[in-house]
Structures are given as C-alpha cells and as structure tokens.
Design a protein around this ligand. Sequence first.
Ligand code: AHR
Length: 522
Amino acid sequence: MKTMHRLLSLAAGVVLAVPALQAAPAPDTRVTGVIRADQSGPVIDRNIYGHFSEHLGRCIYEGIWVGENSPIPNTRGIRNDTVAALRKIKVPVLRWPGGCFADEYHWKDGIGPREKRPSMINTHWGGVVEDNSFGTHEFMDLCEQIGAEPFISVNVGSGTVQEMMEWIEYMTSDADSPMTRLRKANGREKPWKVKYLGVGNENWGCGGNMRPAFYADVYRRYNTFAKNYGGNRLYRIACGPSGDDTNWSDTLMDIAGRQMDGLSLHYYTLPTGSWTGSKGSATEFDEAAWHTTLWRTLKIDEYIRKHSAIMDRHDPEKKVGLIVDEWGTWYDVEPGTNPGFLYQQNTMRDAIVAGLNLHIFHNHADRVRMANIAQVINVLQAMILTDKEKLVVTPTFHVFEMFTVHHDATSLRVDFVTPDYTFGDRAIPAASVSASRDAAGVVHVSLVNTDPNRALDVSLRLSGLEAKSVSGRVLTADAMNARNTFEAPQAVKPAPFAGASLATDTLTVKLPAKSVVVLELK
Ligand code: AHR
C-alpha cells in the first residue's frame, strides 16, 4: 500500500464558485488513486487491534473489576457492561499487568483466597494500595469472557527468573508439580493457553534503567528459562525501544535477535511533544493543537520504518515481529482527577489518531504483528470510560469497532495522491486510505480525513475488482473536540454513510471534514 504525498496544489482545475475578484485560490480537495485489488499485501494480523490493561488508576479496579458483591452487574466480579462492550470490538489480545507496574508485580500475591492476599503500594501510579484482588485467575477469566488471548508481561526489573519460571508453570503446565497443584487448589484444574510473554517492560526506564547490551543479556537469561509446557508454545517478546531509539533496537537485535519472537516498540502522541510541563488538554484545544497532534502521531510511521530497516538487516526473513505494545495519545489528566491515574477524555481528534495509526500498522503488516493501544479503560486513549455504574464508549472505540472488518484480512495495495492539510508552516496528508479483502472475498476500504474544515473529493479506480454496490458508515462530528460524556453518551457515534458511489470502475467518496469512513464493496 504505497501512498504518494504531494505538496498542497492550489486551485488549478478545481471548479468552484469563487467570485472573480477574490484573489485567494481555493485549496485542492481532490484525492485520486487506484485500489489495486489484484495486488495483495500481507495479512493484517488481528492482533494489530490489541489492547493493554494495567494496574493503573481505574483501568482494572472500577473499569473491569468491581467484585462479586458489587451492585454493578458482574460475572465473578468482572463488570458485564465492560465485557459486552469489549466483545463488540473483538479484542484479539490483552496485555497485562503492565506497563511499569509489571516490573514491580509479584504474581503469587494475586492468587488464592482474596481476603488472604497481601497488599502492596503501587509506587508508579498514585502510590495507592493495591490489594491484589485482581490476579492471574481473574485476568484469565476476563480474557475468556471477552474472547481475547492473554499477553503476560513478567517482572524482570524487580523479580527473579525463578518467579517467572514458576508463573509460566502455574499457568500452562499440565504435569503434576508443586505449581500445578497450587493452581488446582486455587480452583483451576486445566492449564490455560498463554502464547504471548513480554519479558519486562521499558527496561530502559521504569523497568530497571538498564543499558541495551545489559538488558539484551538479561533477556537471554530469562528466555532460557521461559519453558514450553505440554502443547503450549510461548511467543517471547523482548523489551524494545521507545520512539526512534535505534541504538536500542540495533543492540537488541544484534545480541538477542535469534532468541526472540517479537521486539516491542512504545510511542505516545503528546500534543506538545514534552514530558515535562503541560502535554496539552484532551478537550480544550484549538486547531493548532489538533494539527500538531496529528503531525506527531504520524511520526510513528518514520519510527517503524527505521526499526524495521534495522530488523531487516539482522532478520531478513522477518521472523521477529515488531510489537507496538504501547501507543496512543497522552494528555494532561482531566482537571480534578488524580495525576497518577492518567484519566483523560477522548474526542474526535482521538478517533482520527486511531484511524491514522491503524492504517500505518496495516502498511507495515509484514513486520508489525501486534499493537496494543494504551489503555483499554479509564486510562490514556481508552475505549471505555466509567463512572461508578455508568459506562460510555469513546470515539476511539467506534474506530476500533468499524475497523474490525480488517482483522486478519489481506491488505490490498492503494496508490493515491492527496492534498496536504497545512497549518502554520507544517503540512500533513489530508487523506489516509487503506483497503483489505476478508476471507469471504469482501473488500473494505477505510478512509480518514485529517482536515477539520474541508471535505475531500476522493476518486479511486478499482483495479482487479468488479464491485456492484458500496455501503458504509461514517464517524464525524461538528466540533474537533466532540466527545461522549456520561450525560451525552451518544454524541459521537457512527452513522450510515451515503457519500460513496460506484460508476464503472471508480469509487467516488465525498469524505467529510474530520471523519473516519469504512466502506464495503461487493
Ligand atoms: O501506559 C502507561 C505507562 O506508559 C506504562 O506503564 C509504561 O510502560 C509507559 O511508560
């Protein structure tokens, strides 16, 4: 899926009713190109639509776990409304227990009778008391209820190899052993299937402040003892770089590339680009902040390219996946909320961020095998926000729901030319387009318009595809900061889309300003 990006071309050829004396030419709104349905790319792994749940703020407690005695309807302590919502977006894989929390988590504290579980202080996230009432059994139950594969991050920073070994044995072995007897005593007869194992988290930072060569050796040691029991096969993910730290990815691939299945990448979108001072408000922003947020989020494309080029050198057969296991927007917390809880609202801007990132992951599906947006509930760019018994889904949730059609579909090449959306002295592409063919042969096209002011006139020739009908849905809103609240939970939601048509071999779309559209061609 190759995109060609050109500089803003001014009025030439655009027919607009502009008064003769008005000097400023109208910006070009035309997006033209070809969907090459006869040129299949890699399969878009459904795990690109993965999620992340950390013991942070109100993600696990309140968002997921309310306990069996809660008046909020629940199944074995897990809230039913959360499960129902997550089933709608077909969460393929769920990462847990962190994050920074993973490197201070001791799994044995989270098993057995809840009233006997020891408490700890969650030093990273608000210094609150963690009572360990949500542990391994509860997490596995959640995964089973929502139909997701578990992705377990083990404690490297403050844990031990033995601790990791015993956890893997506890979860996946069906032999008669001390760990399996303990599991059975805690009510789980059969082992669980655990494929994804993260060996530490951000070990260049909160996971131990290690240097890359040191961590690479630590990784090799942990990996040696990460055993496959019975039929269970682990997919081992090493801690990778943040942003564009190519020294980290190069060193890891050099020293441990042959011992890993995946290398992680973390990249967060901060409107101001600064970790100190204000990161920017989630809801009170102007067009400058809208534009700069999208400009910054698009940088992940460049970072994936850089790390992929390094991985290609060490691993030309692309055996090792690039696992973007933390991504999304990171704003100032909602006023009045605990700064350590990372609770932020979610607007139409986040929906555009989601669409752009997911398209970038599609474009790199040959290397990017999984991505986990941070985080699933009540933290950062969440799918769901809760307030006691109330629950709303966010604009980002809707993009994930609309894009489920791309899960495990075969990507199709799209060549297109887009005008820029320019603000100040920076320009980004106005349009982003992606296409795939699902197992039933149906082609889906998703489109994003980053420009909050102008609709785009999209014209895409269909090569190798005879489509007779087009239908679809659109997510858009009048305001850039439109959002769902507990008072107005349906303010932003997908609607049927009537702006697409087919004529001979061409798909024409009037793509509304600040929108995400998904079309089905049959
Ligand atoms: O997602 C919040 C935090 O961001 C995670 O705990 C950490 O891995 C990252 O720095």
